[in-house]
Design a binder for this molecule. Structure first.
Ligand SMILES: *[C@@H]1O[C@H](CO)[C@@H](O)[C@H](O)[C@H]1NC(C)=O
Ligand SMILES: *[C@@H]1O[C@H](CO)[C@@H](O)[C@H](O)[C@H]1NC(C)=O
Ligand SMILES: *[C@@H]1O[C@H](CO)[C@@H](O)[C@H](O)[C@H]1NC(C)=O
Ligand SMILES: *[C@@H]1O[C@H](CO)[C@@H](O)[C@H](O)[C@H]1NC(C)=O
Ligand SMILES: *[C@@H]1O[C@H](CO)[C@@H](O)[C@H](O)[C@H]1NC(C)=O
Ligand SMILES: *[C@@H]1O[C@H](CO)[C@@H](O)[C@H](O)[C@H]1NC(C)=O
Length: 481
């Protein structure tokens, strides 16, 4: 071969300089869902710094809270902002509300340097458990938001979407294959209208897919079909081979979209993940197995049998949220890739660079190393125990005590201590929160036992006091005594 002329070398070098660094080029397009329903949020700027350190280049939010959104300014991290379900009615009724929304939450943020890419109208508004409350208002709200975005001049750059749960489509029980998939009967006409509208605006379909829930909701579901290691009997369908429920579920949507007249519609996975506590199948081992397989799949850009190639996905979720409703299950508060104090729960290849190391959030400050535990010397007061434990657990997060969870193996006394401590920590270690009429006492001996962590809370970075909004239902979690 003839030696290359120097000029060509120069051209190649120049092109290389213009390209992003190799690490970024190889990174899978993985985003994360950033929810903030926790009593002690970490400062958003520290979270954004961690995202950048891990090569996470996009986030999906559940609102447009200025505290969180402003931390994204100038970071290069792309954002999906959202109008929550409780705003759908007013957005549907009044186009001016949508214009105000866009002015305050989109235009102002773009001007401040936030890279807004999507606006979500509602969150899973057609979930069966909502009993149809949002059926009539979601589409009008979507149209008003789309018009407001167009009028503001963002129509090309920002896509308006409606994140929906995978429970809006399915295959019949007697033909459980993707090709038999359709949208749910009660909303089929509406879905056909919505997807054609989205498609006409070049907007993607955003779907939340949860292999964990397939397993949680069906005791006969084959465990290994939830994961990606192929250790399972495949499902065959129209020449396609399915070795995991994620692919099968995704392609059921592809078929449903075909039948709705939009076969080429782009799909984004708005939520996908695995919780690490709060159920017999929610633990670190399974979560790591799930993410390991899923992230490998993303890095290789294999896609699904019907949609091979690159996929846009948002992992669920960033950090554990101890104030989420436990109505769907106790695991709800344990979806985080990171613990409440910003530490990765396990090693994972987030940036797709082949390394499993994940950067933690830097600069998190803890309260003093002290715990609140059961004071066994107060035998005369034992009759007050059930009420005290119930009180603690309705105002703090006792989900790790539940069946199959990380603290389920505690003794009777251990249970009581757990409840007292978590309440004490949630109340910022206020001494009055470790009294319970003498039943509790403060100790500087680490009260953690085995795999059960008795946490020490962090200093909340929140400027406002986060209200305690626990559901009374949690009381029933504690059936001890
Ligand atoms: C901006 O978005 C938030 C949702 O997080 C909402 O509460 C607020 O009302 C919106 N602003 C306007 C002017 O609609
Ligand atoms: C839906 O209906 C069920 C049963 O009637 C009820 O328990 C539940 O509270 C309702 N949910 C909503 C969001 O209205
Ligand atoms: C939605 O609209 C239909 C038709 O107008 C009506 O029958 C139904 O009650 C409405 N649903 C709700 C939840 O408002
Ligand atoms: C499930 O997968 C694991 C790990 O690959 C394997 O050891 C086990 O035998 C599989 N179980 C079934 C029922 O296929
Ligand atoms: C208490 O012990 C647990 C388990 O050994 C450990 O993970 C945790 O970091 C300890 N807490 C403190 C504040 O030292
Ligand atoms: C501790 O509490 C959990 C959750 O209520 C319960 O399942 C368990 O049986 C309790 N353990 C003892 C020893 O009382």
């Amino acid at each position: 071969m003839a030696p290359r002329p120097a000029a060509a070398v120069f051209v190649v070098a120049a092109v290389v300089v213009l390209l992003p660094p190799p690490a970024a080029a190889a990174a899978p397009p993985v985003g994360v869902n950033w929810g903030t329903m926790m009593s002690h949020p970490i400062h958003p700027s520290a979270v954004v710094e961690m995202l950048r350190a891990n090569g996470v280049d996009r986030v999906k939010l559940f609102d447009a809270d200025p505290w969180t959104v402003s931390a994204l300014a100038g970071s290069g991290v792309q954002a999906m902002l959202a109008a929550p379900n409780d705003q759908l009615a007013s957005l549907a009724r009044d186009p001016r509300r949508a214009r105000d929304w866009v002015r305050q939450n989109v235009t102002a943020n773009i001007n401040a340097g936030v890279d807004v890419r999507y606006v979500a109208v509602g969150n899973e508004p057609f979930l069966k458990s909502y009993n149809g409350s949002f059926i009539n208002i979601t589409f009008p709200a979507l149209k008003n938001m789309q018009r407001a975005i167009d009028e503001a001049g963002f129509g090309q750059h920002i896509k308006v979407v409606v994140p929906l749960n995978a429970d809006i489509y399915s295959s019949p029980e007697n033909k459980p294959v993707p090709s038999a998939g359709t949208f749910r009967k009660d909303i089929n006409t509406l879905m056909v209208d919505i997807v054609n509208y989205l498609h006409a605006n070049d907007a993607p379909f955003v779907v939340n897919i949860y292999p964990f829930l397939s397993l949680y909701q069906n005791p006969n579901f084959p465990l290994n079909f939830s994961f990606f290691d192929g250790a399972t009997k495949p499902v065959y369908d129209q020449g396609m081979v399915y070795t995991n429920v994620f692919d099968a579920n995704f392609d059921t949507l592809v078929w449903s979209l075909r039948k709705a007249g939009v076969p080429d519609m782009r799909i984004i996975v708005g939520e996908v993940g695995w919780p690490s506590d709060g159920d017999k199948n929610a633990n670190t081992k399974y979560a790591q197995r799930f993410y390991n397989g899923f992230l490998k799949k993303m890095t290789k850009n294999v896609g699904t049998p019907l949609r091979p190639g690159r996929m846009e996905v948002y992992l669920f979720a960033l950090i554990d949220e101890n104030q989420k409703s436990v109505l769907p299950g106790r695991f709800e508060r344990h979806w985080g890739l990171f613990t409440y104090d910003g530490k990765p729960k396990f090693s994972m290849d987030l940036s797709g660079n082949g390394k499993g190391s994940v950067a933690e959030v830097k600069g998190v400050q803890y309260l003093p190393p002290q715990w609140c535990v059961f004071n066994k010397d107060t035998k005369d007061k034992y009759k007050d125990l059930p009420a005290s434990v119930n009180y603690a657990c309705s105002n703090a997060d006792c989900t790790p005590l539940g069946y199959g969870s990380s603290c389920n193996g505690l003794s009777h006394d251990g249970n009581i201590s757990y409840a007292f401590n978590i309440y004490f920590q949630t109340m910022d270690q206020d001494v009055r929160a470790c009294s319970f009429g003498g039943l509790a006492k403060i100790t500087t001996t680490n009260a953690s036992q085995g795999g059960c962590l008795f946490p020490v809370q962090i200093t909340s970075a929140s400027v406002t006091v986060v209200p305690l909004i626990f559901l009374p239902m949690l009381v029933s979690v504690i059936t001890l005594l």
